[in-house]
Design a protein around this ligand. Structure first.
Ligand SMILES: Nc1ncnc2c1ncn2[C@@H]1O[C@H](COP(=O)(O)OP(=O)(O)OP(=O)(O)O)[C@@H](O)[C@H]1O
Length: 768
């Protein structure tokens, strides 16, 4: 640590948190855990369970829906495996076995389910017949899963497309279902989360039909209010276990802010050295010192650049050492991960630059340091990555290196947001009518939908089923609503997409179909000239043809990235929730948004320097969604000393920074939300700043913004005020996707505007 911060670099470390080593708190095995299971666990080095594992296991065993939200590698799996394996195991000889209780395990990725199968097979042995069932399974494997398995590992996609529509073949399995395990449940957020929430409601309805009422057990990263998110996801009351009793080694966790350079960006704003360049330097230094390090970078291209630069730096000192740095770029293949773990383990490799692909399911012992280049989007991910350091109980180092955006800047200056109690919550809206509707159709195709069923699908279900009826997709008969078409109802919902039409990505030189992208997202990510990342490979879009819904792309290796810029108008349709903050107002409700991509910006990959802006001619898109918005009165503007000429720049700057900071409170990506600000909005008659969900029907992010508004806008104010630049830069108020070229922006005005807004917010000291 000391060596890294020598000389000029000292000022780049904004904070070091010493996380002390903590001994584990073990308990005795619950009396109901069978001896064979205890023996197998002991054989695998688990002498006794940690306290939180027993707490969760007892709750689950007694039939309470439970979410286990403890730290990375705290042994969450064992917390649910104890009761689940105990319940579904059978000691009868296999041939004479009758179908006993079953369990279903859901993972967000196939790779994670495959990894979990190894654990379950090892612990469950012949007593628990287990198998994965996913898109790659053969017919024989699926048949076996249905007819013989006690523990089936799958994913929500497979449930949605195969298991639920074909439920009659799964009748015995579903009728015997005792437990549903939802692993890494913080992944089910935003629109994807809303879809999975509906898939789980369909699952529960079919289980009830076959006479089962399974207990749900969820595992989550540490987030705020895990029980609330888990309840929203499952539609059931859920109890949380959050106290982590597993041991960990000491960790020095440093926060790092790259220095300003002599480069200037848009409107003469100072540019910071890129997180990528800074990370490459740190990785090189650590490797030279023989420190086993993994650097996490958001994009695959970035990971390659970091590995290459680190190798070049190290080669100046020792060419031999340079070959012990690698980029991790082989997707999710398990063999690759195992090879990498092994190479790091036996020190053949000393430095790895990896994407988040490495984040889940890697058990690397003996990692001395972790570098995290840029906030990985959620605090859960940050800890998941940093938590890879020091797994073997020895002291370790983690460094978070800020990129130049408002959230990263805020974090390096506000360590409590990383080390204090979590404020981020896993956000999803199970009642999004755009999501509920296709799932109701799928449910009606599975079994006729009754009035009582509709209640399970939430408050928007009744209107949705009536729409489906008007469209002639379902018909009402005495037993309920039926699906009337010959096509598959489940095809109406693509649970990994946000809805709407799809644009195909076609490689021009080969005619190969690479995949699809939502038409709406195509405007911002697959426009002509865009650098497009697909499964880690880089392509440049030669042409986006919206009429035929095709983007022609070519593999390429450009040394720049692109960012689309759009302009937006917004209309308030209805305010659903309202609060007054003194003379200021805060609302949440439905809005109609019209946006148009007008150009794209090219930025150098390594330095982040702006290379130029290219105009685009794309049609406007319309979106009905939800937004949070605030206004202040004219008297408050006067109090803030803002003249009518200054108001638009102040509001615009506050809007940009608030979009940047919302992901701290709601697990969303900056790209999932948008904003609009105006000095005078026709629907409010006042200066108004909106932040909206970028998906039809909303995704829950704006609502979380409304609920956490005082903390969120206070953090926004502090992020702007705390940035070291003079007049605004990408680290505070400039936004890469601003369609107005970041003009006008008034940094100082934004702080004054937010101050008058927040004066009447809850938790504020009353004005003197
Ligand atoms: N009571 C225990 N005693 C000793 N080792 C344990 C105990 N419980 C779990 N382990 C070990 O700890 C490691 C991490 O466990 P596991 O993968 O279940 O954690 P997790 O919380 O699910 O991790 P992640 O954060 O990656 O989701 C495993 O190698 C497991 O065998």
């Amino acid at each position: 640590m000391r060596r890294l911060t020598r000389g000029r670099r000292a000022s780049r470390v904004t904070h070091v948190e010493w996380v002390p080593a903590r001994p584990g708190q073990a308990e005795e095995w619950p009396a109901w855990v069978p001896d064979w299971l205890v023996k197998r666990l002991r054989d695998h080095g688990v002498e006794r369970p940690w306290r939180h594992q027993v707490a969760a296991a007892e709750l689950v065993r007694s039939g309470v829906h439970t979410v286990l939200a403890t730290g990375t590698a705290s042994g969450k799996s064992l917390g649910y495996l104890l009761p689940v394996l105990t319940a579904v195991a059978s000691t009868q000889p296999r041939r004479t076995r009758r179908r006993g209780p079953t369990a279903l395990y859901l993972a967000p990725t196939k790779a994670l389910a495959a990894d979990q199968l190894r654990v379950v097979s090892t612990l469950g042995g012949p007593e628990v017949p287990a198998i994965t069932c996913d898109g790659d399974s053969t017919r024989e494997e699926r048949d076996w899963a249905r007819d013989h398995a006690a523990y089936v590992l799958t994913n929500p996609d497979m449930l949605h497309r195969s298991v639920l529509p074909g439920h009659s073949r799964w009748a015995k399995f579903l009728g015997s279902l005792r437990y549903v395990v939802v692993d890494e449940c913080h992944h089910y957020r935003g629109v994807f989360g809303s879809h999975v929430a509906q898939v789980l409601r369909r699952l529960r309805r079919l289980c009830a039909h076959y006479g089962a009422d399974p207990v749900f057990v969820l595992a989550s990263a540490t987030v705020s209010e895990p029980a609330v998110s888990a309840s929203r996801l499952t539609g059931l009351p859920v109890t949380a276990v959050t106290e982590d009793a597993s041991p960990h080694g000491g960790l020095a966790f440093a926060l790092w802010e790259p220095p300003l350079t002599q480069f200037t960006g848009e409107r003469g704003a100072p540019v910071r050295r890129s997180a990528t360049a800074e990370t490459a330097d740190l990785l090189a230094d650590l490797v030279v010192d023989g420190v086993r390090t993994v650097a996490f970078i958001r994009s695959r291209r970035g990971a390659e650049v970091v590995a290459l630069q680190a190798r070049n730096h190290v080669a100046e000192v020792s060419p031999e050492l340079a070959s012990r740095i690698a980029a991790y770029r082989s997707g999710y293949l398990r063999e690759d991960r195992r090879e990498l773990e092994q190479a790091l383990q036996d020190a053949r490799l000393l430095g790895v630059a990896a994407t988040n692909a490495l984040e889940l399911g890697v058990d690397i012992a003996g990692l001395d340091a972790v570098l995290v280049a840029g906030y990985p989007g959620t605090r859960a991910s940050l800890w998941q990555q940093a938590g890879r350091a020091g797994r073997d109980g020895r002291g370790a180092l983690a460094v978070f290196i800020a990129r130049d955006d408002p959230l990263d800047t805020y974090l390096v200056h506000h360590p409590e947001a990383i080390f204090g109690p979590p404020v981020e919550s896993t956000v999803l809206d199970p009642d999004n009518p755009y999501v509920v509707k296709p799932h109701l159709a799928a449910a009606a195709a599975e079994l006729p939908l009754t009035d009582a069923d509709l209640d399970q699908f939430g408050p928007s279900a009744r209107a949705a089923i009536e729409e489906l009826q008007a469209e002639g997709k379902v018909r009402r008969r005495p037993q309920g609503w039926f699906w009337t078409r010959r096509d598959r109802a489940c095809d109406l919902a693509d649970i990994r997409s946000v809805g709407g039409e799809q644009v195909r990505l076609v490689e021009g030189s080969t005619g190969r179909l690479l995949g699809t992208v939502d038409a709406d997202a195509a405007h911002t990510t697959a426009h002509t000239g865009a650098v497009y990342l697909h499964q880690g490979e880089t392509y440049v879009v030669r042409e986006l043809d919206l009429e035929s819904a095709v983007a022609i792309v070519e593999a390429a290796d450009p040394d720049y990235t692109t960012t689309a810029r759009e302009v937006t108008d917004i209309e308030i349709l209805e305010s659903e929730r309202h609060t007054d903050w003194g003379p200021a107002t805060l609302d949440f409700g439905s809005v109609a948004v019209e946006s148009r991509v007008v150009s794209y910006l090219r930025r150098a990959l390594v330095t982040g320097e702006v290379l130029g802006e290219v105009p685009l001619d794309l049609p406007p898109r319309r979106l009905r969604t939800r937004a949070v918005w605030w206004t202040v009165s004219d008297e408050q503007l006067a109090e803030a000393g803002l003249s009518s000429r200054e108001v638009p720049g102040a509001a615009h700057a506050a809007e940009h920074a608030s979009i940047g900071l919302l992901p701290l409170f709601a697990t969303c990506d900056r790209w999932d939300i948008g904003g609009v600000s105006t000095g005078l909005h026709p629907d409010t008659g006042r200066v108004t700043v909106f932040v909206y969900d970028g998906h039809p029907g909303g995704a829950g992010f704006a609502e979380r913004g409304y609920d956490a508004a005082a903390d969120w806008l206070r953090a926004t104010r502090d992020a702007i005020a705390g940035c070291g630049c003079a007049d605004g830069c990408p680290s505070c108020v400039q936004s890469p996707k601003c369609g107005n070229g970041n003009n006008p922006l008034d940094k100082a005005g934004a702080v004054r505007l937010l101050d008058v807004l927040l004066a009447g917010a809850p938790g504020s000291a009353s004005p003197e």
